[in-house]
Design a protein around this ligand. Structure first.
Ligand code: UGA
Length: 445
């Protein structure tokens, strides 16, 4: 089966590479020439475990191609995936310009009945709009006799585990327009996702709006869970409770579940912050007060200030001090720093007159670009030891496995003072930690 994928971001690229490895013939289309050139050479523009190896294998086997040219990508496609970005606009709403442009472009080259599958996270009603855009374009070409179906198939993979998650989803959601031929589309989906059927992954067929909302509500719910546990962590600090035990106890209740209850410095990344803002915007446009999501977003923002206040309380003044930050990516196993809590804390500390030293296994290059205007106040280091050298205080902001193995005594010995704020509770169970540092985890003593 020939598959075309428009957009080579986290979703499109992972989908393309993995489906080519599953035996499909894949053409990935993107309008970023540098990216396409890199991908043709077998280099992934993002760091994601297993991705580059699989990409190289598929290129070698001739199962995947990359192009800027819609025509060559679309003309032989049996199915077209739309996986372009929907980044937030200033008011929090989703920027649908890329989706609109991609829909118009692909319609120029459709020559047979087609199934378009939207992977991008889009507000309710967008897939119907995509269909209208495509039909309008086909009309201009006198080809509106073609039968085009646009379905919504949101992706739930996580960064850092993208390849694994793509192959092992909890469920597959397929939203179909009530006017389309459901049985025909179901058969197509079973062919495309045969691999998942064999693994008995549930496939849920529903209407377009439900599929669209299911992605937002899943991300919003997980965000609520994180802000909730972080709020309990702050209360734990004030009352002598231990948030890790609280999480464990809550997690044993199967109605709650034990995942996404790790207290920390708040959620970041390109998804939760974007999708929670988008849902607030959709709520506003539909006269629905989304007070739970609203509080979640607000608390997630406020948390950085609460944590900085805690640092100030312990250190006295922070002005003129040197603070070392371990971890820049919004979570481990990715070089993605979008909406990373570490970056937000760095900016706030610099504005308070702090000198910053940073180290991250993968997030350095992107941070150098992001913080170029702060370059006088920030030093990028080769490793955790150089980062800690002559510093007053260490803050662990991303739970990279590498940090777990660092030599704590050596870190302490190179530091000027020995304050250690562990915002991911990586060392909270380490019996030695307090021998070396004034140690402050999240939500417990
Ligand atoms: C998230 C969802 O988990 C995916 O299901 C979804 O497909 C994806 O967004 C998307 O919309 O594309 P992702 O942003 O890659 O995936 O990362 P997560 O692992 O969900 O983590 C998000 C943030 O929450 C990170 O900053 C992480 O550190 C934080 N987090 C997570 C916590 O603070 N505590 C936890 O217990 C879990």
């Amino acid at each position: 089966m020939n598959i075309a994928i428009i957009g080579t971001g986290y979703i499109g690229l992972v989908q393309g590479v993995v489906m080519s490895d599953l035996g499909f013939d894949v053409v990935c289309i993107d309008n970023d020439a540098t990216k396409i050139e890199m991908l043709k050479q077998g280099k992934s523009p993002i760091y994601e475990p297993e991705l580059e190896e699989t990409l190289k294998k598929s290129l070698k086997n001739g199962k995947i191609k990359f192009t800027l040219d819609y025509n060559s990508g679309i003309k032989n496609a049996d199915v077209i995936f739309l996986a372009v970005g929907t980044p937030p606009l200033a008011d929090g709403s989703s920027n649908l310009n890329y989706i609109t442009a991609a829909s118009k472009n692909l319609a120029q080259f459709l020559s047979k009945d087609s199934l378009i599958i939207t992977k991008s996270t889009v507000p309710m009603g967008t897939n119907k709009k995509i269909k209208k855009i495509i039909l309008d374009e086909l009309k201009k070409r006198n080809m509106d006799n073609l039968n085009v179906s646009v379905i919504s198939n949101p992706e739930f993979l996580r960064e850092g585990k993208a390849v694994y998650d793509f192959l092992n989803p909890d469920r597959i959601v397929v939203g179909i327009d009530e006017n389309d031929n459901k049985e025909k589309i179901k058969k197509e989906i079973y062919k495309i996702y045969e691999y998942f059927l064999k693994k008995q992954i549930p496939i849920i067929f529903t209407n377009l709006e439900t599929a669209e909302l299911s992605k937002y509500s899943s991300n919003a719910f997980l965000s609520v869970k994180i802000s909730f546990i972080n709020e309990m962590a702050m209360l734990s600090e004030k009352t002598g409770a231990n948030i890790e035990d609280v999480s464990k106890i809550m997690g044993f209740d199967h109605r709650i579940g034990n995942e996404f209850l790790n207290a920390g410095l708040g959620f970041g990344g390109s998804c939760f912050p974007k999708d929670t803002l988008a849902i607030l915007n959709i709520g506003k446009n539909n006269d629905c007060e989304m007070s739970i999501v609203n509080s979640t977003v607000k608390f997630n923002d406020d948390l950085k200030d609460i944590l900085i206040k805690k640092i100030k309380n312990k250190l006295g003044s922070v002005k003129g001090k040197t603070i070392s930050i371990l971890g820049l990516s919004f979570k481990p196993e990715t070089d993605d720093i979008r909406e990373s809590p570490a970056i937000k804390i760095i900016k706030k500390l610099i504005n308070m007159g702090v000198k910053i030293k940073v180290y991250c296994p993968k997030g350095m290059e992107k941070t150098k670009r992001e913080l170029k205007n702060y370059s006088d106040f920030i030093k990028f280091c080769e490793n955790e030891y150089e980062c800690a050298k002559n510093s007053d205080c260490l803050i662990l902001t991303t739970e990279w496995e590498q940090f777990k193995n660092m030599d704590l005594k050596r870190i302490k010995n190179v530091m000027k003072s020995n304050y250690f704020f562990d915002f991911r509770n990586m060392f909270s169970d380490n019996e030695n930690i307090r021998n070396y540092f004034h140690y402050y985890p999240i939500g417990r003593n």
